[in-house]
Design a protein around this ligand. Structure first.
Ligand code: SAM
Length: 319
């Protein structure tokens, strides 16, 4: 059954703080081209690789106690629901999804309604998960610390605009995760972003990139651990959006404050090196179109460079 909770509070753009409105309107305006049309994307190889990395994370960490299927999952920053098929394959029981971009949430709900085969219960809410507590939108029966996984794919870095947003995000992640549950995510590798910035000669514009992505900073160094902004562009995906450096050590310490301990951290390149030969995830590279039947990558070198800006992580809720 789908519980289409339209009585939940709707998006109030005038209520956002900082740059959240800009981020929301960017994602609201991205067209939903559908799976078939996606094949024509100039960065289809990169998109498939990103999907494969997310499938690895889901395959490794999405389960109920004792490795059973039937996980209860909360997807924060779910976007257009691009991971629904992966969760379906993981045979989950419950999927609760939120995103600040209300149009994307509607599209995710639509995709869920179109899913065939094994169906799990699903709930969709438009919500600013870094500006406000998610208990404002969750009905009582979804508010227990019962979730086996919280997932934040390619979206957590937006919370590092300020300390208060990062804390609200952490509170939202940790609050309903059960003990032993796992928080998984993918974010840009900020250390790498800053190393690349260091390579820009003095006096030149603080930007770099290639044919498929660009990163542009206003400041080389930033005072404080939050709000170090850069503008990000990724061909056919992200059009000049403000994003924020995630200081890794600060993130790990913050997570610990919320009862979460780091159990996995890998660059995308390392994920590939480790898992391409594995029985569980190696064959998926071909099935998901990351490599062709000759074992050749669907990514060109520019896409590969963009892919390697990212890293994957997992934290376990220990208390
Ligand atoms: N997780 C999806 C995926 O992997 O395809 C979408 C990733 S997209 C790059 C980033 C998402 O983060 C967007 O859908 C955006 O609206 C969402 N986002 C950004 N700030 C948010 C916030 N404050 N609360 C909830 N979602 C947010």
């Amino acid at each position: 059954a789908v519980y289409d909770d339209r009585s939940a509070p709707r998006r109030r753009t005038d209520n956002y703080t900082g740059k959240a409105a800009e981020v929301a309107s960017h994602y609201n305006m991205r067209p939903d081209v559908g799976v078939e049309h996606r094949e024509y994307s100039p960065i289809i190889g990169l998109k498939k690789f990103n999907n494969w990395v997310k499938s690895v994370l889901i395959g490794k960490f999405a389960f109920r106690e004792r490795g059973q299927p039937g996980a209860k999952v909360m997807d924060i920053g779910c976007g257009k629901g691009g991971d629904l098929m992966k969760w379906k394959q993981a045979r989950i029981e419950l999927y609760v999804a939120m995103d600040i971009a209300a149009t994307s949430v509607d599209q995710a709900r639509g995709r869920y309604n179109d899913l065939r085969g094994h169906k799990f219960d699903a709930y969709f809410y438009p919500h600013d998960c870094y500006g406000k507590s998610i208990n404002e939108v969750l009905p009582n029966h979804l508010q227990r610390p019962m979730y086996d996984n919280v997932t934040m794919q390619f979206c957590m870095h937006y919370a590092f605009e300020s300390a208060s947003k990062a804390r609200m995000m952490m509170e939202n992640v940790s609050r309903y995760l059960r003990r032993g549950g796992v928080f998984i995510g993918t974010i840009p590798n900020s250390q790498l972003l800053l190393e690349r910035l260091d390579e820009v000669p003095e006096g030149e514009a603080l930007q770099y990139g290639n044919s498929c992505y660009s990163v542009a900073f206003n400041e080389r160094r930033h005072k404080g651990l939050y709000g170090h902004e850069y503008r990000f562009y990724l061909q056919d995906a992200v059009e000049d959006v403000p994003e924020y450096i995630v200081d890794w050590d600060n993130f790990v310490n913050l997570a610990r404050e919320y009862g979460l301990e780091l159990i996995y951290r890998k660059t995308f390149n390392d994920v590939l090196q480790e898992e391409q030969g594995s029985r569980d995830f190696g064959p998926l590279l071909g099935k998901m179109g990351v490599i062709n039947q000759h074992g050749e990558s669907a990514m060109d070198s520019d896409q590969w460079e963009a892919a390697n800006l990212y890293m994957a992580f997992a934290f376990e809720k220990t208390r």
